[in-house]
Design a protein around this ligand. Structure first.
Ligand SMILES: [Zn+2]
Length: 413
């Protein structure tokens, strides 16, 4: 450990828990130190929602998200308008609720026969009709039947990019894991079934989400004492009482509200959180391999948020990046690093599966001074590449290699 760095940034030291094998785990900061977030959602604008479910939720002061189909809203327009007035979120669940033709009732509106442009038109139409009926414009979507495609076989296409373009968030169905707020694709929020369950069954998911600082998104349909596809009122009562106990540390809010918070928080944290992910080329073809998107592998490799760099503490430490290269070809590799004069001069290797660069870590002046320099040329194959930066020789567990902020790969073709 470099002593000059220990005292910096108490805030982040509190947030970061070092894990030498998997890299570092980051706790997502929910508001007011809450342990987790919870959204209750109900699909299809079922008749029992305005008559039973919503009055019960109102009694406990809990606001939920309702993924409505405009035609069903018209069956009880007054009831749904009341729901809006008490703060519930009205969200998009399409116009005609198209699902796979494997559901016989959906054979004439099967997703297998949809195209993306037809879906886009209908989603915008649903937004328009909901806004006309209820005066609010939906910002989140729930995939009918949780199905995220149109077309079949060689013509199948994902709906996710379209939902990502039109909405802040999209919710699936029948998932098994809560949403991880730092990792999740906002257009593929996991929705966990709340129908026909006791509170104890729901509580298992709450415990899991609370233990991991996650966002539990529950999904149901009817709200009544019994029946199929029904969230039981007794379950809702117990759930509401548990959620409203401040000791349990649960932030309960509609999906759109929590999604906005998650987006904004992620944006604010983006530069200081190590979240390994596939590196895609910028518009000019450049690949930015940063300390934030790389994966530390080794006994003591450490992402240091206050420096936005990886620090090496043993000769077995290394960093890996997964890269999607738009084309095969040669790239100029430019490295940004710092090192003390005493530790400088060790050999490094930066390699793909077919090519590599070897060099010496040149002096930067001090650990606090970062320097940027070309280190050579590297061939990449088009598509997936795994790139590794490591010491050329294992220098043991005393000493450091460098602090590595980023390597930029500039296409030379
Ligand atoms: Zn539905």
């Amino acid at each position: 450990m470099k002593p000059s760095k220990i005292l910096l940034s108490c805030f982040f030291i509190l947030l970061y828990v070092s894990n030498p094998v998997l890299g570092q785990e980051v706790k997502f900061p929910w508001p007011e130190g809450k342990k987790m977030a919870l959204s209750l959602s109900f699909d299809d604008a079922r008749a029992s929602n305005p008559t039973h479910g919503i009055p019960l939720l109102d009694q406990y002061g809990i606001r939920a998200t309702f993924f409505v189909v405009p035609q069903s809203v018209q069956n009880n327009l007054e009831g749904w308008r009341k729901a809006v007035a008490s703060g519930h979120e009205m969200a998009n669940h399409s116009i005609v609720h198209p699902c796979s033709g494997n559901f016989v009732w959906s054979r004439n509106k099967a997703l297998e026969n949809y195209t993306l442009d037809k879906m886009r038109t209908e989603l915008l139409q649903a937004n328009f009709e909901i806004e006309n009926l209820l005066g609010v414009k939906p910002t989140v979507y729930a995939y009918p039947c949780g199905q995220m495609y149109v077309g079949r076989g060689p013509y199948a296409q994902s709906l996710v990019p379209l939902i990502s373009e039109l909405f802040v968030a999209g919710r699936g169905w029948l998932a098994e894991a809560p949403v991880d707020p730092l990792y999740t694709d906002m257009a593929q929020l996991t929705g966990i079934e709340m129908d026909n369950k006791s509170f104890d069954q729901i509580k298992a998911y709450i415990d899991q989400a609370a233990a991991n600082g996650q966002w539990l998104v529950l999904a149901g349909h009817e709200t009544n004492d019994s029946g199929r596809q029904t969230t039981y009122l007794e379950t809702l009562r117990q759930l509401a009482a548990y959620v409203n106990n401040p000791e349990n540390g649960i932030w309960v809010a509609p999906i759109g509200e929590i999604a906005d918070y998650v987006q904004a928080t992620r944006k604010a944290m983006a530069d200081t959180v190590n979240m390994p992910q596939l590196v895609r080329a910028a518009a000019d073809g450049t690949l930015h391999l940063t300390a934030e998107n790389g994966r530390g592998v080794g006994p003591r490799i450490e992402y240091m948020p206050d420096w936005r760099a990886f620090g090496w503490f043993t000769g077995k430490d290394q960093v890996e990046w997964e890269v999607d290269a738009p084309h095969s070809g040669t790239y100029q590799a430019v490295m940004e690093w710092s090192v003390s004069d005493e530790e400088s001069g060790k050999g490094f290797v930066f390699e793909s599966s077919t090519d590599g660069i070897k060099g010496r870590v040149e002096r930067s002046g001090s650990w606090e001074t970062f320097k940027t320099l070309s280190i050579g040329k590297l061939k990449l194959q088009g598509g997936y590449n795994k790139l590794v930066f490591r010491p050329e020789e294992d220098f043991g567990s005393v000493g450091a290699l460098l602090d590595l902020k980023q390597i930029t790969l500039i296409p030379l073709f």
